[in-house]
Structures are given as structure tokens and as C-alpha cells.
Design a protein around this ligand. Structure first.
Ligand SMILES: [Zn+2]
Ligand SMILES: [Zn+2]
Ligand SMILES: [Zn+2]
Length: 345
């Protein structure tokens, strides 16, 4: 039977409508290869560093790099201008697009994905993310930085080599303003601390848990196999969180993305890191969304903002939990979490 569920982060309703789909094979999941311009070498592969602007930061042993941060050649946001709105007529409001747009090359390996990189590599990626956000937070004209990883052409990746993007903006975008308002309106306690407690209590939407982070297919999942990674420790800002929490979140992503590939194949996906806007502290609890692209957003969703999800999150979570573990090292059970600094070299 269909059911309406409220996403307490976005305030949007979701129709959970599992009637027509009962098996993951019901999806035609195609991970289209990202079209590569074969006349030019991959700009993110080792040896082609001159194809990008000089690196802002590199991580790894001297003489080589394992993670590399470079300015985006075609930035969506650029410059030190603050957010100043100008009215050019009764319905023509504009502002300058000041900010920063950076690329985070996740691995020297052209064919890797987040699910495939080593624990050490995951640690460096999370360290790079933390350091860049910390740097962005110092800039007076930036209000928020959006970190994303698009994997696969359907998810918007234009270069095959695994990479993420960091977009520092001079305003607080709508999704963040909405979430912030929803945290503020949540009575009594923190919305995501409560979610951790409630989902662990329920158990059947939980797909990963260690002593620092959990991953669930949230009750209000808007798309099939949606996942939410929540650090247990309450912190508004990713970049101010303890290193061990970042390491756990990176590893939780790796393991659950591996399971996702086991269950529905090589699906495209978006990873979205949500952290509080700069110079805002409470109430917020940073987290990571994973939105697989197993279905297409169509007219109804676009017209109404109401999602229709054809796979109940309870079913998705069960399949993800039961999927064979993608890596032998994931079989070790609850892990010792590395502590100490992971700042880049
Ligand atoms: Zn490459
Ligand atoms: Zn919290
Ligand atoms: Zn969010």
C-alpha cells in the first residue's frame, strides 16, 4: 500500500509506492561511460598535472600525490565579491556569483571509485575535504561550501576520473536554509541525533554502524536505495569534527557504496556533504546524502516537489545489509578507529 512520509530535513513529502517493483533487477541500471575526449589525455591522471591549474594542495608521499586539489577550469563561482543583490526591474533581481570552485581528485587511479579506494586513501580524501572547508571558512565573502561527488554520466560527471567538487558560495543556498530551519523547528532535541537513536531502535533501515557513524536508508527516502550517513557525535561543522569521525564517515561511504554496487550494479550516484553554513553554529548536525540514480526525476516530481519512491527503504536496507561485503577488510567487524592528525603533507 502506498504511504506518504515527511522528510524532516527538507520538509518535502515522499510517496513510498513499492507496488510495481519487488526486486532490484526490476531496474534497468545503466552506468553510461562518461564520454571521454580521446584526443586529449585525462587531465586528472598522474603525469598530466599541467593540464590543470597548479594544485592548491596535494596529499601523499613527496614526489607523488594520492589526493590533489585544483581550481576548476570553468568555475561556477569565482572572486572575492560579497553577495550584493541588485534589482534591475520589478522581476529582475541579480547578484554577483563570487566564491570558489575547486576539484578534488580522489585517487591517482583513473578507474577507481569511492567504493574501491583503500582505507588510507579514504582517510586522505576526508582530510583534504576537511582542510579545504577550513580554508573556505576563513574567507569573509563565503557563507557556505557545497562538497559533492558525482559518479557516472547520469549523475552529472563529465570526466570519468574519480573526483569531487567544492563550491564555496557567497550566500546560503535554499536546501541548507531549509534544513537549518527544520533543525530549529524540531522540538526538544537534535533532529539527526534523534534519527540515529530512532533508526538504531528500529534496526531494519540500518545498513552500517560503527562506534562513530551510522548509515541508514532513511524512513523518508525519496529515491530507491537512498542512504544517509550520520556521524554519531553532534557537530554542526564537518571541518570542526574530530578526525576519527571523518575517517569513520569516509569508510562508511566506501563500504555502503560497495554494497550498493553489489545490489543494483554499477549505478551512477551523487554524494552530497551537508555541513552548517559558515559562522552559524546551532542547530545543525552535519551529514552525508547518497542519492543513487536508479530512476529519473520526471514531471510530477519537478512540478510538485513530491517524490515517488518505488523501493521502500526497509526493503532497500535489507538488500544492502545482506549484500556480500565488497572487500575482505570489511569483514573485520567493529573497527579500531584511527586517531591523530590526518592533515595533508
Ligand atoms: Zn584519469
Ligand atoms: Zn545532533
Ligand atoms: Zn542534508
Amino acid at each position: 500500500m502506498n504511504q506518504l512520509r515527511l522528510d524532516p530535513l527538507s520538509g518535502r513529502w515522499v510517496v513510498v509506492s513499492p507496488g510495481r517493483f519487488d526486486r532490484p533487477s526490476a531496474f534497468v541500471v545503466r552506468h553510461e561511460p562518461v564520454q571521454q575526449d580521446t584526443s586529449r589525455p585525462c587531465p586528472f591522471c598522474p603525469g598530466n598535472e599541467e593540464a590543470t591549474p597548479p594544485a592548491l594542495e596535494t596529499y601523499g608521499p613527496t614526489g607523488a600525490w594520492l589526493v590533489r586539489v585544483v581550481p576548476n577550469l570553468y568555475p561556477a563561482f569565482e572572486g572575492d565579491e560579497p553577495f550584493v543583490v541588485a534589482n534591475r526591474g520589478p522581476v529582475f533581481t541579480q547578484a554577483s556569483a563570487g566564491g570558489i570552485h575547486e576539484v578534488l581528485v580522489l585517487s591517482p587511479d583513473h578507474d577507481a571509485t569511492w567504493a574501491m579506494i583503500s582505507d588510507e586513501q579514504t582517510r586522505l580524501v576526508m582530510a583534504a575535504l576537511r582542510d579545504r572547508l577550513e580554508e573556505h571558512a576563513q574567507r569573509p565573502n563565503l557563507r557556505y561550501s557545497q562538497a559533492i561527488v558525482n559518479s557516472g554520466r547520469e549523475a552529472g560527471a563529465s570526466i570519468e576520473h574519480p573526483h569531487g567538487q567544492l563550491l564555496g558560495m557567497s550566500f546560503v543556498p535554499r536546501e541548507l536554509a531549509e534544513e537549518h530551519a527544520r533543525f530549529a523547528r524540531f522540538a526538544g532535541s537534535c533532529l539527526l541525533c534523534t534519527t540515529v537513536e530512532a533508526e538504531e531502535g528500529a534496526g531494519h533501515r540500518l545498513i552500517y554502524a560503527d562506534d562513530r557513524a551510522i548509515v541508514v536508508c532513511p524512513f523518508w527516502s525519496a529515491v530507491p536505495y537512498e542512504m544517509l550517513v550520520i556521524p554519531r557525535r553532534h557537530h554542526a561543522h564537518l571541518y570542526r569534527s574530530p578526525t576519527a569521525d571523518l575517517v569513520s564517515v569516509g569508510r562508511a561511504l566506501k563500504e555502503t557504496l560497495g554494497r550498493l554496487a553489489e545490489v543494483i550494479g554499477d549505478v551512477a550516484y551523487n554524494i552530497v556533504f551537508h555541513s552548517a553554513p559558515y559562522r552559524i553554529n546551532e542547530p545543525y548536525h552535519w551529514h552525508v546524502h547518497v542519492w543513487p540514480k536508479a530512476t529519473t526525476v520526471a514531471g510530477f516530481e519537478m512540478g510538485t516537489g513530491v517524490a515517488i519512491n518505488v523501493v521502500a527503504p526497509e526493503i532497500a536496507a535489507q538488500q544492502l545489509r545482506e549484500a556480500p561485503l565488497p572487500h575482505a577488510d570489511a569483514l573485520r567487524g567493529p573497527r579500531e578507529v584511527a586517531t591523530g592528525t590526518i592533515r595533508g603533507s
